[in-house]
Design a protein. Structure first.
Length: 569
C-alpha cells in the first residue's frame, strides 16, 4: 500500500501486468483490463490500477456489450440497436484511479472506449487513446483539374471501388455517402462542404492509394487541402459518464472518437484537466472526433474544463445543456406524461424523485410554474410518467415543456485552446454560475460561444442568468456570417419585459475581426459588454450604426462601454 499524491488515504496499487495486460505485444488487452477492474471492485478502499508504459490493444471481439441510451446520439431509425461496444467498463466502483503511465490504448473496430457508470470518485489519468482505423476517412487533394480531382488517401483509410463509385471501409463499417469537411493545413482551419465523393460521376484508381474523381463541373477546392468524410451515424461515443459523481480526467490524450465524443449524462461534478483532444502528430491526421468533443447533458454540481487543447472535431467542442421534455398528457391532477422530442435523444430517466421542475412556455421560453417530482417512471423509451408534489398548474398550452432545475450545473471553462472547428467552440445553457475565461478560439466557423435555449428544435434547456466571458482571445470566429458571441434563444414570442437570459458579462476580451459582428443578443436583460479590445483586420469591419459591432433584439439594461476599436490596416 502507498499514499497516492492528492488522495487523502492509503490506496491499494494494482498492476495491469499482473492480470495479463502486457504492453507492445499486439494481443487483446480487453480481458486483462476487465479482470483488473473486477479485482479492484472487490477491494474495500481506494485503488490505483497502474499500467506499464507502452501500447495496449483493445479489440471489439472481446469488448463488453451493454445497452445505453445516450443523449444527442442517434434515433431509433438511425441506430435501432442502442448496444455499445465498451473497451473499458467501470461500473459501481468508488475511489478508483486508472493510471496509464503515459501509455497508448489503441482500439480496433468501433468502440465506446470508456464507460463510467454508477461510480464515484473516479480518476483517469496519464494515458492516450486512439483508433487503429478511424471512421472519419481522410484524403489530400494532389491536383484540382477543370473536371477532376486527384486525391491521395491517408494510409489508415481503407477503400474499395464498385461500379465506378468510391466506398470507405473498416472493421464492421462501410459507407459512400455522408458529411464531408475540408481542412486547409496552411491556415489550420476546417469547414463543412458538400460531399465530393458523392458528387463524382466516376472514380478510378490511378495507383494504390491514389484516386481520380471525375465531375461534370469544377469542384471549388484547391490542391493541398485535405478532405474528411464520415457516414454520420453516432452509434457509439468516445466515452460515457453516466449517473456518476466526482469524475476527473487529467493528462489524457484522446486522438480519435467515433460517434459523439466524451458524453456526461445525469452525472455530478465532472472535471477535465490537461486534455489533448487532437490527432497524434505521428499519424499525420487532421480529425480527432466524429462529432462533438465534450457533450454534457442533464448534469449538476460543477463542470470544469481547464488547461486543455481541442483540434479537429466534426462538430462543436463543448456543449453543456439540459433537456426540455414536452408535456403531452395529464392522467390525474398531480401527474404528467412528458415526452422526449428530439429524434436523437430518448430512452433514459430525465427526472428522479426529489427533482425540482419548472413549467416553461414553449413560445416565450419563460417559466410560469414550478413543482417537485415525488415519483417518476419511464413508461416507454420516449415518455415518462411524473407524479408531482402539487397539482398540475392550469393554463398549460400545446408544446409547453418541463425543465429539470435540479440537474443544472455550474460551469468553468478556462485556459483552453480551440482550433480546426467547423461549428461552435462552447455552447452553454444553464442557470448556474458560468465562467468562460482566458481561452483562445482560433477561427471557429460559427460563433465561438453560443447561448441558445429552445423548445422546438434540439430541445436543449435552459435559461442563463450568471455568465462571465472574460479575458478570451477570439481570432476571426464567425466567418459563416454568425456573430463571434451569440446569445440567441429560440423564442417566438419576444417581450423585452420578459427576457429569457440575464446577467451576462462580456469583458476584457480581444476580438480579431474581418467581416464578423462582435455580438448578437436577443431577449437578454442586464448585459454588459465593456473593456474589450476589438482589432479590425479589414476596412469593411469598421463599426457602423449597430452599437459598436453588436446586433441587439429586445435587450434591456445593456452596458456597452470602453470597447477599444483598433484598425491594423
Amino acid at each position: 500500500m502507498r499514499s497516492d499524491q492528492g488522495r487523502a488515504k492509503e490506496s491499494v496499487e494494482l498492476h495491469l501486468a499482473d492480470y495479463g495486460g502486457i504492453p507492445d505485444t499486439g494481443e487483446d488487452t480487453g480481458p486483462a483490463m476487465q479482470r483488473a477492474i473486477e479485482a479492484a471492485s472487490q477491494i474495500n478502499g481506494a485503488v490505483v490500477l497502474v499500467c506499464e508504459p507502452g501500447q495496449y490493444d483493445f479489440y471489439a471481439a472481446s469488448a463488453i456489450r451493454k445497452k445505453y441510451y445516450i443523449s444527442n446520439t442517434a434515433s431509433e431509425v438511425e441506430n435501432p440497436n442502442p448496444e455499445k461496444t465498451i473497451g473499458i467498463y467501470v461500473k459501481g466502483l468508488q475511489d478508483f484511479v486508472l493510471d496509464g503511465g503515459g501509455s497508448l490504448f489503441m482500439f480496433h473496430g468501433k468502440h465506446t472506449m470508456l464507460v463510467i457508470d454508477e461510480s464515484q470518485q473516479i480518476e483517469i489519468r496519464n494515458l492516450h487513446m486512439d483508433y487503429a482505423e478511424p471512421t472519419v476517412t481522410e484524403m489530400t487533394i494532389e491536383q484540382a483539374g477543370p473536371s477532376y480531382l486527384d486525391i491521395r488517401v491517408h494510409g489508415d483509410s481503407r477503400y474499395e471501388l464498385q461500379d465506378g463509385k468510391l466506398f470507405w471501409t473498416g472493421e464492421g463499417w462501410r459507407f459512400h455517402e455522408g458529411p464531408m469537411q475540408v481542412c486547409d493545413p496552411v491556415r489550420n482551419t476546417t469547414w463543412r462542404i458538400d460531399n465530393l465523393i458523392e458528387q463524382a460521376v466516376e472514380s478510378e484508381e490511378l495507383e494504390p492509394g491514389r484516386i481520380r474523381l471525375h465531375y461534370d463541373h469544377a469542384p471549388a477546392v484547391s490542391a493541398g487541402w485535405i478532405l474528411q468524410a464520415r457516414d454520420g451515424i453516432r452509434d457509439q461515443v468516445g466515452a460515457f459518464i453516466h449517473r456518476s459523481r466526482r469524475v476527473r480526467l487529467d493528462n489524457v490524450g484522446v486522438h480519435f472518437m467515433h460517434g459523439l465524443g466524451i458524453v456526461g449524462q445525469s452525472s455530478e461534478d465532472i472535471s477535465f484537466n490537461r486534455l489533448e483532444l487532437a490527432p497524434r502528430a505521428v499519424t499525420g491526421r487532421t480529425v480527432a472526433s466524429f462529432a462533438d468533443f465534450v457533450h454534457l447533458s442533464g448534469c449538476k454540481g460543477k463542470i470544469s474544463v481547464t488547461n486543455s487543447s481541442f483540434a479537429g472535431a466534426h462538430d462543436d467542442v463543448i456543449n453543456v445543456h439540459g433537456i426540455h421534455l414536452a408535456i403531452v398528457g395529464r392522467p390525474s391532477n398531480n401527474q404528467l406524461v412528458v415526452r422526449f422530442m428530439h429524434h436523437q435523444t430518448y430512452g433514459f430517466a430525465a427526472f428522479d424523485p426529489g427533482d425540482e421542475v419548472e413549467f416553461v412556455r414553449a413560445r416565450s421560453l419563460i417559466a410560469y410554474a414550478s413543482s417537485k417530482v415525488t415519483a417518476s417512471e419511464l413508461i416507454s423509451p420516449r415518455e415518462m410518467l411524473l407524479t408531482l408534489a402539487e397539482p398540475v398548474p392550469e393554463g398549460i398550452e400545446e408544446g409547453d415543456v418541463l425543465e429539470n432545475v435540479t440537474w443544472t450545473p455550474e460551469v468553468e471553462i478556462t485556459d483552453n485552446y480551440f482550433v480546426r472547428i467547423p461549428t461552435r467552440g462552447v455552447l452553454v445553457t444553464t442557470r448556474r454560475k458560468v465562467l468562460i475565461a482566458r481561452n483562445v478560439f482560433d477561427r471557429m466557423q460559427m460563433s465561438a460561444i453560443l447561448v441558445a435555449n429552445d423548445a422546438a428544435s434540439w430541445y436543449e434547456s435552459g435559461r442563463v442568468q450568471d455568465l462571465t466571458i472574460q479575458g478570451n482571445r477570439f481570432i476571426e470566429c464567425g466567418s459563416s456570417g454568425q456573430a463571434v458571441i451569440a446569445i440567441t434563444p429560440e423564442n417566438e414570442e419576444i417581450d423585452e419585459n420578459s427576457p429569457v437570459h440575464s446577467g451576462i458579462r462580456i469583458v476584457e476580451n480581444r476580438f480579431e475581426l474581418t467581416d464578423q459582428r462582435l455580438l448578437d443578443a436577443k431577449s437578454t436583460r442586464d448585459l454588459t459588454v465593456s473593456d474589450n479590445e476589438v482589432i479590425l483586420l479589414s476596412v469593411s469591419t469598421k463599426p457602423e450604426d449597430n452599437k459598436n459591432g453588436m446586433r441587439l433584439i429586445a435587450c434591456t439594461e445593456v452596458t456597452p462601454s470602453l470597447n477599444r476599436f483598433n484598425d491594423l490596416l
